[in-house]
Ligand binder design. Sequence first.
Ligand code: F6R
Length: 563
Amino acid sequence: MCGIFGCYSKQPQNLIKQTLQGLKILEYRGYDSAGIAYRQQNQLKVIKAVGDISQLSHAVKTHPTTTICIGHTRWATNGAVKVENSHPHLSKDGTIAVVHNGIIENYNECCNKLKTLGIKLKTPVDTEVIPNILCYLCHNKHNIHDYLKGQYVFCAAEKHKDSLFLAKKGSLPLYIGRDNQQTIYITSDTLALPRTVNEIITMEDLDSCEITNTKIFFYNQGHPVIKTWQPFSQSYLPSNVNGFSTYMEKEINEIPDILKRITTSYQSVPEIINTKQELQQLIKKVKCIHLCACGTSYHAALILAYIIERDLHIRAIAHISSELTDHTLIHEPAIAIVISQSGETADTLAAMEILQKHEIPIISLCNVTTSTIAKRSQITFPLLCGPEIAVASTKVFCAAVLVGCFLFNHYDASTCNNFIKDATKTLKTARQHLPIPRDLPKQIFIIGKKINYFLALEAALKIKEVTYLHCEGYPANELKHGPLSMVDNATLAIVFGNDANNAIAEITARGGKVITLPSPPSDNPLLFINQIIPAQIFALDLALSLGYNPDKPRNLAKSVTVL
Ligand code: F6R
C-alpha cells in the first residue's frame, strides 16, 4: 500500500500543489500520515503530518516554485503512525530524501551494514535504510537492487542534484508520465496523473532510472536499457460524492447502473463475447476450477464456486489467496479464476505465482484492467465499475458475482432486466427492511444457508470494517455447535433467507434480537446479489451514526499490496 507521487520540471513551477493533488487521489492507498520533500536553493525541505492529505495540506504553509517535489501517503507497516515515521525519509547526512512503497525484507542486514559505516537509524521504518544505502552507493545507484531484498518501489530526490532516482523490485506499480510541457510525473497509479499527461512509461521488475533535465536514463539489473513512451490519455475525472453523504453511499447507489452496463456489455461487446467463448472452450476440458481471491472478492468467489458446482457440475474450490500453498492439490486438468477489484493485491499475486507453476490457464475478473493481476492473466474479464474510492468494496462485489454468472451460466435479457429492476427497488426499500437498531448491540451475528451464508460473510465483513463492531457471519445451523454460547440480550442477529427458523428460535430463546431478510422467491444467484444491498446500507448508516467515516476505516487501505 502507500502512494507515491512526484513531479520534475525543467522550469520552476508550483509542483507542491500538483503533488498534493496527486496524493489526494492516491489517498485510497493509505491515509494515516503523509509528507512531501522539495528542493529549494540547494536544500531539501521536508514537511510531514499525521492524518490524511488534508492535514498535510494544512501543514504546507507556502507553495514556493520548485523543479522537484516528491510526496507520499502512508499505510503504516513498520513503525507506529507518527510524524517521524512518515515519509519522506532522509539519509543521515540529509542529502537524499526517499518516498517508498513496499517492504525491505533484509532490513536488519542493511542496518548492520550501515552500522559498520557509522550510521545509526532514527526510526524503526525500513524505508530509512534506502537513502542511506543510496548515499553509500554514490555514483553506482543503479546497483541498488543488489543491496535490497523484498518488493519495493521508491523515488529519491537529492539535495545537490536536479534529478530524481526511481527503482522497482517485484510487482508494485510505479509509472512515469509526461506532458507537452515536459513536466514529468511519478505515480503509484495512473489515476493520479493530470489530464495534460499524454505519454507514460511503466516501471518493470528490477528497473531503475534517473530523471535529469536532459534525459531519462533507464537501467534494468544495473544495465542500461531503452524504454519507449506509450500514448496515454486520462479518462478518470476526479469525482466527488455527487450529493451523497460519502463515496460508500454513492457507490452502493451506482449498483443498478453497473449491473445494466455489465448486462449490456457481456451480451453485445464483441471482444467480451469472444473471450467468453474462449473461456467456455477451456471449461469444456477441465475437471476442476480453482477460484482465488481475498476479502470481499473471496466472498464473490465462494458464490461463484457454489454456482459452478451446482449448475456446471464441475468441481470448484474457492481459496483465500494467502492460504493457497505449494502443497495445495490442484486437480488437473484445471483452470484458475482470480477475482480482484484493484488488480494489485499482493496475496492474490502470490497465489497466481503458485498456480502458474502448475501451468494452468489463469483467468481474472478484475475492475482495473491495466493492473498487474490483469496483465499476468491469460484472459481478463472487466468488472466495468469505474473507480471504487470507498475502502469498503460494495459495487464491485455485485459486479464480480454478476460477471461470474454470465460466464458460468446462461441468462436471458428478461431475467437480467427483472433483476436490475429488483436492485433499484431494493435500494429504495433497504432501510425499511434493515433499519439500524435504536440500542447499539454488543455484537452482531449474520446467519444464512448456502448462498445466503456467503452473503452473511460479506455483510459481516462490511459491518466490522466500517463500524468496528464485532460482527460474525455464520452458517445458520452451525450456531448451535459453539457460537450460541455468546448470544445474549445484547446480541443482534440478522438472518438472510426463510430457512433458518431453528436458528432464529435458538437466538430469541436467549434474548437475542432478530431481523430477517427474506430470500428471493427463486434461487437464481442474480436475485441473491441484491440481498447484499440492505446490509451494505446498514453498515454505512451504522458507521455514520457512530460518527465514523465509512470511506476511510481505521487501519485499512484500498489496495493491499503487502503480503
Ligand atoms: C472489503 C475489501 C477487501 C478487499 C480485499 C481484496 O470491503 O475491500 O476485503 O476485497 O482486500 O482486494 P481486491 O479485490 O482489490 O483484490
